[in-house]
Design a binder for this molecule. Structure first.
Ligand SMILES: *[C@@H]1O[C@H](CO)[C@@H](O)[C@H](O)[C@H]1NC(C)=O
Ligand SMILES: *[C@@H]1O[C@H](CO)[C@@H](O)[C@H](O)[C@H]1NC(C)=O
Ligand SMILES: *[C@@H]1O[C@H](CO)[C@@H](O)[C@H](O)[C@H]1NC(C)=O
Length: 160
């Protein structure tokens, strides 16, 4: 029973290692996927419809993170829904809007939103990775104890 428990712990540990390595290796792909998804959703942005889910998501992101566009604000123009020099109104602080529109000539958010998201993503991957290593360590201790316990039980039988 105790050996079975130890073997199960080893199997779980191996699966965790595999998942961790896969997540680490796919990090670049996930970043690429994030960037492409952001670029794709830009096409359905509609500045005059704040209730549209894509528009609302972009507006929240650009307001909360003080960012504009994916890599930078020029993403809204190629072949995005905006014509140069016009930008989504959430790229500007509301007091900077001129006639309700935000343009290249106003003060607008210089940072691209992808960099902001990617940074927080990497930070969270780091936290998840750290917690994973901690759990794996506890499991290794569990495996060692289970093996010791099983050995001492066996020894106990032999001496009786
Ligand atoms: C944007 O939203 C407004 C208001 O809901 C709507 O009248 C307009 O047709 C929409 N434009 C596009 C391109 O979907
Ligand atoms: C915006 O990003 C593009 C790459 O996506 C780059 O070529 C361009 O120089 C950048 N423009 C500014 C003003 O940062
Ligand atoms: C800004 O908004 C006004 C009124 O909505 C519009 O007539 C004007 O063309 C816009 N400016 C630019 C640069 O598009």
């Amino acid at each position: 029973m105790v050996m079975m428990f130890a073997v199960l712990l080893v199997v779980i540990l191996i699966l965790e290692l595999a998942a961790g390595i896969a997540a680490y290796a796919l990090r670049g792909d996930l970043n690429e996927l994030l960037k492409n998804t952001m670029l794709d959703t830009m096409h359905s942005y509609n500045d005059s419809n704040g209730k549209d889910i894509t528009t609302a998501a972009w507006n929240d992101l650009q307001v909360n993170e003080n960012c504009c566009g994916v890599t930078n604000y020029t993403d809204w123009w190629k072949p995005g829904p905006f014509e140069k020099p016009l930008l989504p109104s959430t790229c500007c602080e509301s007091e900077q809007l001129v006639n309700g529109n935000c343009t290249e000539m106003n003060e607008f958010h210089r940072n691209g939103c992808f960099g902001v998201l990617s940074d927080s993503f990497e930070k969270n991957v780091g936290i998840v990775g750290g917690v994973g290593v901690g759990i794996a360590f506890v499991q290794v201790i569990g495996i060692v104890f289970a093996c010791c316990l099983s050995r001492s039980i066996r020894k106990g039988y032999e001496t009786v």
